[in-house]
Ligand binder design. Structure first.
Ligand code: PEP
Ligand code: MG
Length: 577
């Protein structure tokens, strides 16, 4: 019987698949570091898997016949050559030996790195070769699974499924997406939760706050989800499937149309240049940022490198990751945020406290970093070393007081001095900026701005802390409101204070990529936006239709409006032709 459940759309796109009711944490790829005495056995496992993959390719080649045999054989030969490539395989073995990655995690990392390199290539043919990398690595992963644990095998069988769960932790989403899960339905959560942000980054359609989902859906039910409308259709009927097919057609068409804007400047109708930066969590984001013509990376969230592991990543490992981002952006500025663990971004290494009554108000972001100066030094050294390869800025999360920035400045300066005296090449000047995401920082900004090189507004948290509404609490989702007059005033003050002091100010919360707020933010004077790269072209397209001069005439009315309703009315007037 067809049944429609409603929730909130958290990550756009539609997905059709079989439901799997789960707590997914049991199916994670094991990303814990490998004990030293298991390293060689793991390398042997990899060698065997590569052998299996090679034999399979050879067997496949032998079976070829018919008119396309020669072309197909060329593909197979190319894949076999990759498997024989010392550089590819030794890179993987090195990840196991030096980085202590388990086999499948090493394969995944190597694939991400190579795919990012290919995706950044200008030549469309070379760019398309990334698929070969994906196929080859997938074949080796399959080889590994022959002898893998039943847990991993179960994960591999997730292909084509829609996961239905109460809540999926951000770190759990990556392996799920990589193992072919098509979409996620959560009974809890909100669209500004870190899980939702990551789902958008992984292009994984997601519906949150579908309260009845676990009761109403059975394992193996056919389910259609619409991550934009926030709809879950159980046992979809013919018209639903027709809608799904139409969506597939339209989204292809739309992405072709938007791709035409990729190498254009971002300008308003009256010619004002606007900078659109990308937020990034993964190598795919970097590739997409380049492909969308982003001005740079406005927010690189580093905490995802730290989650799901027992030990924090080493300086070299972090350096490698930051370097990949910097190189991937080919000379465009990259803003690397220092660790923002805590609240809903817990780690497995014991850095975050797990007994806090109010983790969102607890040891989070810079507070946690300053309690672990050695951890911070390691991260800052890695970032500084990456600065030798392209322009890098350091951004500090959850800043509340000027002293925190002074302490970070001292740490950054000390690390730079040590690196230089040890002969490391680093940039002459690496800017240090603060995220303005706590009301205290926004209010006290005039007295702090001198200490900052730049400012990035984090509205996801600024809204949460200004309104005292947990960003993950779906019961308060209707009150979590970026259009609250208090939020608008803090935004306007922050933008004006920074601009008057001659400091760059960007906005990197989810609001920046939400077209409902583009005109409003331009009216408040914002010129630098940082958003998920998947929405960048749509925002560029919209900005071209807006007249900044005209919008600025509404600023005073926006800031005077006493209610959300009145603010919305002003926004509607701003959009009127
Ligand atoms: C924000 O708070 O707006 C932000 C960009 O940071 P995060 O979502 O990672 O907390
Ligand atoms: Mg934040």
């Amino acid at each position: 019987m067809r049944l429609v459940l409603t929730g909130s759309g958290a990550s756009r796109g539609m997905a059709l698949g079989r439901a799997r009711l789960q707590q997914p944490s049991r199916y994670l790829v094991d990303e814990r570091p490998l004990p030293a005495d298991e390293v060689e056995a793991e390398v042997e496992r990899l060698k065997r898997a590569i052998e299996i993959a090679r034999d399979e390719l050879a067997a496949l080649r032998d079976k070829l016949h018919g008119s396309m045999a020669r072309e197909v054989a060329e593909f197979i030969d190319a894949h076999s050559l990759m498997l024989a490539d010392r550089e590819l395989t030794s890179g993987i073995y090195e990840l196991v030996r030096q980085g202590r990655y388990r086999a499948s995690a090493a394969l995944k990392l190597q694939r991400d790195r190579l795919v990012a390199v290919f995706e950044a290539m200008d030549d469309p043919y070379l760019r398309s070769r990334k698929e070969d990398i994906e196929h080859v690595i997938a074949r080796v992963q399959a080889g590994l699974l022959r002898e893998a644990s039943s847990e991993e095998r179960k994960l591999a069988a997730r292909v084509g499924e829609i996961l239905v769960s109460d809540s999926v932790a951000p770190a759990e989403l990556v392996p799920l997406a990589e193992h072919g899960v098509l979409g996620v339905v959560q009974t809890a959560g909100s669209r500004v939760s870190h899980g939702a942000i990551l789902a958008r980054s992984l292009h994984l359609p997601m519906v949150v706050a579908a309260h009845d989902a676990l009761g109403a859906i059975q394992d193996d039910d056919l389910v259609l989800i619409d991550g934009e409308a926030g709809e879950v259709i159980v046992h979809p009927a013919a018209p639903d499937l027709a809608r799904y097919r139409a969506w597939q057609r339209d989204s292809l068409q739309r992405s072709k149309q938007l791709a035409l804007l990729a190498d254009r400047d971002t300008r308003t109708r009256d010619g004002v240049a606007i900078a659109l930066y990308a937020n990034a969590e993964s190598a795919t984001d970097i590739a997409l940022a380049r492909a969308s013509g982003a001005a740079g990376i406005g927010l690189y969230r580093t905490e995802f490198l730290f989650m799901q592991r027992r030990e924090p990543p080493s300086e070299d490992e972090q350096f490698q990751a930051y370097c990949d981002v910097v190189l991937g952006m080919g000379g465009l500025p990259v803003t690397i945020r220092t660790l923002d663990l805590g609240a809903d971004k817990a780690d497995a290494s014991g850095l975050t406290l797990d007994d806090e009554d109010n983790p969102a108000l607890g040891v989070r972001g810079v507070r946690l970093s300053l309690r672990h100066p050695q951890l911070m030094r390691t991260q800052l050294r890695a970032i500084l070393r990456a600065s030798a390869f392209g322009p890098v800025r350091v951004l500090v999360p959850m800043v509340c007081a000027a002293e925190e920035m002074s302490q970070m400045r001292v740490l950054l300066r000390d690390c730079a001095r040590d690196l230089r005296s040890a002969g490391h090449e680093i940039a002459d000047n690496v800017e240090l900026g603060a995220m303005i995401e706590v009301p205290a920082a926004a209010i006290a900004l005039p007295s702090m701005i001198r200490k900052l090189d730049f400012v990035a507004i984090g509205t996801n948290d600024l809204v949460q802390y200004t309104l005292a509404i947990d960003r993950n609490n779906d019961h308060l989702a209707d009150l979590y409101d970026p259009l609250h007059p208090a939020v608008l005033r803090l935004l306007a003050q922050t933008i004006t204070t920074a601009q008057r002091a001659g400091k760059r100010v960007s906005l990197c919360g989810e609001m920046a990529g939400d077209r409902r707020y583009t005109a409003l933010l331009l009216a408040l004077g914002l010129t630098d936006f940082s958003m998920h790269p998947g929405v960048l072209l749509e925002v560029r397209e919209l900005i071209a239709t807006l007249d900044r001069g005209e919008l600025r005439k509404h600023t005073a009315a926006l800031l005077r409006a006493p209610t959300r309703e009145r603010i919305e009315r002003v926004i509607t007037r701003m959009h009127a032709p």
